[in-house]
Design a protein around this ligand. Structure first.
Ligand SMILES: [Zn+2]
Length: 509
């Protein structure tokens, strides 16, 4: 009276194979679940008892022990309900051992025996597809549209416990996964052409998109910072297949995948409110939810009103900005989640918001402005390659201007620049260039070098700041298809350096 089967637990975004063992022997009738967190085991037991009795599958009045191995892996959540009950039923002889060969399953059980959706199905499917011992995965029917992109595995959807038992007995009765759904086009319909004027800001966005540079937008309220930032994902190249899988898995684990959609093909855009907690931003919590930084992986993380975020929350961004991953330390070991996002931050230039206004409406004392901006952590600002002051938009008759470029047009230029970057023999985005590689990839001729040296001397630029100027200048040259960085590229790169708290007149540094 002993049976085993296979299911999966999620550790961060990574599925881990779990062996479910059930044994039945004489003794006081009870159901003992070992290897599951205490609270989860208690709830699981209640759901299992109710679901089994509603379905007419009586568990024997004997001592049933179910063990989930490995024991040292912390396991919680309701996705073990179905495998635990099926293992117990198999040990009791209601399900044959032969029918479980090559089968893995997971799902939450309702008290009435229905099988309810769980998180992270796509990740589990991909893991099963790479597991030679598994050829069939039984998932909750509501999760079935998620498995479309996984190849090499037969996934079937169950809506009830009895349909699972019937399928195991007869090999039929469960629906198969539909084909791969349409790849989702863009995340938003917001187009750059909707933004009137703001040629300088659009140029900054284009450069940021081409090089992957983190960008800070300064400007008074209502100048269009949010409108501009939300257009950045539309300027980025579509995700590659493997990037799309990473992004879709993160959304699947977070339970944010819309049913019926295939892979997410467009770079995601996440804009958490400034009241977000550290856990909300970097991830964690009892169910280990991916945070905003992981949901923005391969896309854009937009922090509006940067100065309003709690300093501790902004400090938590340091590691993902540095490493492209976020490490969440838990009671039982640490988990690493992907978090390679492009940061766009926006804030007023001063408390009243009019620091950058040419109208001279700013009423703030200079020292108050400095204090306001110093609330931002230095290490965070150090990671930002470009700062742009968005001027207040002045309405002009549209007939006097050329029609603004659409997102599609700019994206073509960005894609061409990225292609040029790789043709130069560089396999990372310019923003990710290591300092040691700058000498080769961002070589400056005498004239360009002296422009940068002179600016560094006059405005006290740190070595790090000079490297950032070089990376941005490299992107500007790539956009122009220029093999070498030209003096004008360095001058334009320098224009995106502004020491916070300085007046617009002395805007370099
Ligand atoms: Zn002010």
């Amino acid at each position: 009276m002993y049976q085993t089967l296979t299911t999966y637990a999620l550790v961060g975004l990574r599925p881990v194979r779990i062996r479910v063992e059930a044994s039945i022997r004489r003794g006081t009738p009870m159901l003992l679940i070992v290897g599951l967190a205490a609270g989860a085991a208690r709830e699981c037991r209640e759901r299992i008892r109710a679901a089994a009795s509603r379905t007419g599958l009586r568990l024997p009045g004997l001592r049933i022990t179910v063990n989930l191995a490995p024991a040292d892996l912390h396991k919680s959540g309701a996705s073990f309900d179905l495998p635990i009950l099926v293992a117990a039923l198999a040990a009791a002889g209601h399900v044959s051992a032969e029918s479980l060969r090559g089968v893995s399953l997971l799902g939450e059980l309702g008290l009435d025996g229905t099988v309810r959706p769980v998180r992270g199905i796509l990740a589990v499917c991909l893991a099963c597809a790479g597991d030679a011992e598994i050829d069939t995965l039984i998932v909750p029917v509501a999760n079935l549209p998620e498995v479309g992109p996984a190849k090499g595995i037969r996934a079937v959807g169950a809506d009830s416990l009895s349909s699972v038992v019937e399928f195991l007995a007869t090999g039929s009765g469960l629906s198969s996964a539909p084909g791969v759904g349409p790849r989702r086009a863009t995340t938003s319909s917001a187009d750059l052409a909707d933004v009137q004027g703001q040629a300088g800001a659009k140029r900054a966005l284009e450069i940021a998109a081409a090089g992957g540079h983190h960008l800070l937008l300064l400007g008074e309220p209502g100048c269009g910072k949010t409108m501009l930032a939300s257009r950045l994902p539309g300027l980025l190249p579509s995700l590659t297949e493997s990037e799309a899988v990473e992004v879709t898995v993160a959304h699947s684990v977070a339970g944010l995948l819309d049913p019926g959609t295939g892979l997410i093909a467009a770079p995601p855009f996440r804009a958490p409110h400034h009241t977000v907690t550290s856990v909300g931003l970097i991830g964690g919590g009892s169910r280990l939810n991916p945070g905003e930084v992981s949901l923005a992986h391969r896309g854009v993380l937009f922090l509006d009103e940067l100065g309003e975020f709690r300093p501790a929350v902004l400090e938590a961004l340091r590691q993902p900005l540095e490493a492209g991953t976020v490490r969440i330390v838990r009671e039982r070991g640490a988990v690493t989640l992907p978090a390679r996002f492009q940061l766009v931050a926006a804030m007023n230039g001063c408390p009243c918001g009019f620091a950058a206004s040419v109208s001279g409406r700013c009423v703030c004392d200079p020292w108050i402005v400095r204090r306001y901006l110093r609330r931002l952590s230095g290490p965070l600002l150090d990671r930002i390659d470009m700062t742009y002051e968005v001027p207040a938009h002045r309405w002009r008759s549209s007939s006097a201007q050329a029609p603004p470029a659409s997102s599609a047009t700019v994206r073509e230029r960005v894609v061409a620049a990225r292609l040029f970057t790789s043709r130069r023999g560089q396999d990372v985005r310019n923003t990710d260039l290591a300092a040691a590689d700058l000498r080769i990839q961002c070589r400056l001729d005498d004239e360009s070098g002296s422009i940068l040296a002179e600016a560094a001397r006059r405005f006290g630029l740190s070595a790090r700041a000079c490297h950032q100027v070089q990376r941005v200048a490299r992107t500007i040259a790539d956009l122009a298809g220029a093999q070498d960085i030209r003096p004008d590229d360095v001058a334009e790169g320098l224009a995106y350096r502004r020491r916070l708290g300085s007046r617009p007149s002395g805007s370099l540094g």
